[in-house]
Structures are given as structure tokens and as C-alpha cells.
Design a protein around this ligand. Structure first.
Ligand SMILES: Cc1ncc(COP(=O)(O)O)c(C=O)c1O
Length: 428
């Protein structure tokens, strides 16, 4: 029987700098996950603050060194926490927001609205008012109703970009593809010229450029070439925002382009097709934060039949990536050694689809074991929900051996406080 232990964990999936101490304890940002689990409870989202800051700086430098007039905007939808946005802003990144609430978080983080772009395929008047009031750098027009709404609400010239659906079918899960012909996002290619003309009829709309976003978790860079070529089919503008989308490694066998490779490919295609004198924006979310975050769980029960199910104290309430996209993860029992076993790591929600990872080879799990899932930094916290009254886990920052609570765990009192406890109607 093969034996496994913490030394077998693939640390290349964990935040850069993750290591084992002399006792084999897993250290994230210098903090032992066992200690964090004891202090903050499980499930918990653990963020290596230093790794995130270095990633944001790497992104900023990769683009600025190749194209000085560039701005890397962290797509806050991927982890909408003021503390997280603050780390990326301090590293020199701007912020992509797609709702008034995301804008409020970014402002609370101290991020500069002059380095923010505001998106949304169904912006309400309230969203637009918030964006105008904050004076974000660009408001992105997604549809002709946006044109009418912004023109009606604006009291001074508003710098806008037009989101184009570039007719690129992204090679990713269909739920993450956004740039194809039938996409709900942006103006379809055949209607772009008319939309540009319509925007120019509005004296307060100052059209500066075009935006496109092909999809998320893109592992092949040629899709970005196709996006840039599609944008080059229209008249030239001074600003181009190419969205986000770079994919990441979730399991050991995955391959993803580096930020350097991505920046090189994008900037050279922009220079070739759109010119060297443009302002260039990119909006990475997943590839900015995914690897900086892990989730810690406790095993609640183990059921051994034809399959072994190790059920943990979280699941699709804190990680919807598996149920939504079939995303593969590579969890491990991290706090001891033992015989290897192939197990289904499942959650505690009332759905068979509530799985964290299928057929994982890990230490034969037992009740109470600590399980860590790497690469949960993107789109897990943001999609956390209260299914089965699951409470959103805390977000804990780890840095140089010191942990800090960035977002506290939700409490039942908060759920109960919203209840109006209506008496049963006497008339039935
Ligand atoms: C307009 C826009 N920009 C950026 C992103 C971030 O994409 P990713 O997290 O794949 O980098 C998204 C994600 O859906 C998006 O819709």
C-alpha cells in the first residue's frame, strides 16, 4: 500500500512560497494551516497576502515594461473583498467593477476611481449614477439602453468604451465563454458601427475606445490574437480594453501560460493590429488571485462503500466552480501521513452534484482530518451562498507568519435578522 504524507502535496498549486515546516506542517504565508483552522474554524478561505501582492506587481510590470501606457485592472468580481482589492491597488493595479456594490467595495478599499472601469450587461440607473458620481475612468457601454440611460443621467462629459462581442468562440466551459456570436454580452459585430454612430449622437458621451472579453479560464493564447484581430476590423480608437480570461492550473497535469507569455502575446498583437500609441487595459481576475487562495475544511464523516465519500464541512455553499463548470480541484489531507486511498471529496449540501473533487488520491481520510483545496482564490468566495443555511466562511490573510481576519464568518444572527417572522394569516 502506497503511503502519502504532507511531503507528497503538489506545492506548485499552492500560493507561491507555501512550504512545510520541520514537523511537516503546511505553511501558507508562513502560517500553519492547522493553527489557522484552530483559530478561525473551518471552512475558511486563506489568502497569502504577499503572494497576491507579488502577482499583482508581476502583472503590472509585465504590461508596463512592454507597453508603458497600460493599466492592469483587477476584476473584483473574482474576489469582491475590500481587503483583497486593496492589496491589488497598492501593487499599482486599477479595479474592474461590474455593479454599484463592487464599486463601493473598491472605494472603501481606497482604490482610485480614476483607475476603475465600470461594466455590466444590465446596469440599472442606480449602477450608472454610482459610476458617474465616482467619476470612474471609463463606463463601458454594453447595449443601446446603456446609451440612453447614461446620456439621460450624465451632467458632464462621460468617458465611455463600447463593449464588442468579437465573434470568438472561446475554448472553455460554455458557461465561461462570453465573446461568441450569441453571447449576451456586448454589441454583436454586425451592429458595432451603428452603435458607435448612436453613441456619437449623444453630446455627453465621449467614446474613447472598444472593449472585449472572450471568456474565462482560457489556456490557449491564440484566442486573444483572434480577439485583437476582431477589434482591428473597426475604426481605430485611442483606448482598447481587452478584458481578462487568462486561465490557471487547478491540478498537477494542467498547463497554463505565464503572465509574461500572456503579456508578450497581447502586447505584440496590439502593436501589430491596433498600433503602439494606444492606451491598453486588461482585466485579469482568475489569473490574478486563484493561486493565492486555498480553502481549509474538516472531514465530518467518511462513508466507505463502492466509492469512499469523505464529506467535509463546506461544499457548494463556498465553492460552486465544480457544480457550475465541472472544474477539477486537487484537495489533500494535510495534517498527517497514512495509506493512500482514492476518494470522492464531497460537501454537506443536499445535492449529489455537491462535490469538491472526484477520485482524489490522498491519505486515507478519517473524521476530523484537515483537508485543504488549493487554487480556490477566484470565484469561490464571490459565489458563496446560503444553501442549507451555509454561512459564508471567513477570509483570512496570511503574511510572514501573521494571520489577520479580512472578512469575518457570517453568523446565523445575520440570516435570522432578515426574517420578518410573519404570523400565519388567520384567513388562510
Ligand atoms: C468584462 C470582464 N472583464 C474581466 C473578467 C475577468 O475574467 P477572468 O477572471 O477570467 O480573468 C470578466 C469575467 O467574467 C469579465 O466579464
Amino acid at each position: 500500500m502506497t503511503r502519502l504524507g504532507p511531503e507528497d502535496i503538489d506545492l506548485s498549486l499552492y500560493p507561491e512560497g507555501t512550504r512545510l515546516d520541520a514537523d511537516g506542517r503546511l505553511l501558507i504565508g508562513g502560517c500553519a494551516v492547522e493553527d489557522l483552522a484552530a483559530e478561525y474554524g473551518t471552512p475558511a478561505y486563506l489568502i497569502d497576502e504577499g503572494a497576491l501582492g507579488r502577482r499583482a506587481e508581476e502583472y503590472r510590470h509585465a504590461f508596463a515594461s512592454r507597453h508603458p501606457r497600460s493599466l492592469v485592472l483587477f476584476a473584483s468580481k473574482s474576489f469582491p473583498s475590500a481587503s483583497v482589492i486593496g492589496v491589488t491597488a497598492r501593487a499599482g493595479c486599477g479595479t474592474d467593477v461590474a455593479a454599484a456594490g463592487e464599486l463601493a467595495l473598491a472605494l472603501a478599499a481606497g482604490a482610485d476611481p480614476g483607475r476603475m472601469v465600470f461594466h455590466g450587461n444590465a446596469k440599472t440607473d442606480d449602477d450608472i449614477r454610482a459610476a458617474l458620481q465616482a467619476r470612474v475612468r471609463y463606463l463601458v457601454i454594453d447595449n443601446l439602453d446603456d446609451v440612453e440611460r447614461i446620456a439621460r443621467l450624465a451632467t458632464e462629459p462621460v468617458p465611455v468604451l463600447l463593449r464588442v462581442s468579437p465573434s470568438v468562440q472561446a475554448a472553455t466551459h460554455e458557461a465561461m465563454a462570453t465573446g461568441h456570436d450569441d453571447s449576451k454580452f456586448g454589441i454583436p459585430t454586425p451592429q458595432v458601427d451603428a452603435a458607435i454612430a448612436r453613441i456619437r449622437e449623444e453630446p455627453l458621451l465621449d467614446l474613447r475606445g472598444l472593449h472585449a472579453h472572450v471568456g474565462s479560464q482560457l489556456l490557449a493564447l491564440d484566442q486573444f490574437d483572434a480577439e485583437i484581430e476582431a477589434l482591428a476590423a473597426f475604426e481605430r480608437f485611442p483606448v482598447y480594453d481587452l478584458g481578462g480570461g487568462l486561465g490557471v492550473r487547478y491540478v498537477s497535469g494542467d498547463h497554463a501560460p505565464s503572465v509574461e507569455e500572456y503579456a508578450e502575446r497581447l502586447v505584440s498583437a496590439v502593436h501589430r493590429h491596433l498600433g503602439t500609441d494606444v492606451e491598453l487595459l486588461v482585466e485579469p481576475g482568475r489569473s490574478m488571485i486563484a493561486r493565492s487562495g486555498v480553502t481549509a475544511y474538516r472531514v465530518v464523516t467518511v462513508k466507505r462503500a463502492r466509492l469512499t465519500h469523505a464529506a467535509v464541512d463546506g461544499g457548494m455553499g463556498d465553492n460552486l466552480e465544480v457544480a457550475l463548470y465541472g472544474q477539477a480541484f486537487q484537495p489533500s489531507v494535510i495534517d498527517r501521513s497514512g495509506d493512500a486511498e482514492v476518494v470522492e471529496i464531497v460537501g454537506r449540501h443536499c445535492e449529489s452534484g455537491d462535490v469538491i473533487a472526484h477520485a482524489v488520491t490522498t491519505v486515507r481520510p478519517e473524521r476530523g482530518d484537515l483537508v485543504v483545496v488549493p487554487v480556490t482564490g477566484a470565484y469561490c468566495y464571490t459565489m458563496s451562498n446560503n444553501y442549507n443555511t451555509a454561512l459564508t466562511p471567513p477570509v483570512v490573510f496570511c503574511h510572514d507568519g501573521v494571520s489577520r481576519l479580512a472578512v469575518r464568518r457570517q453568523g446565523f444572527d445575520e440570516l435570522l435578522a432578515r426574517e420578518q417572522l410573519l404570523p400565519t394569516r388567520a384567513d388562510g
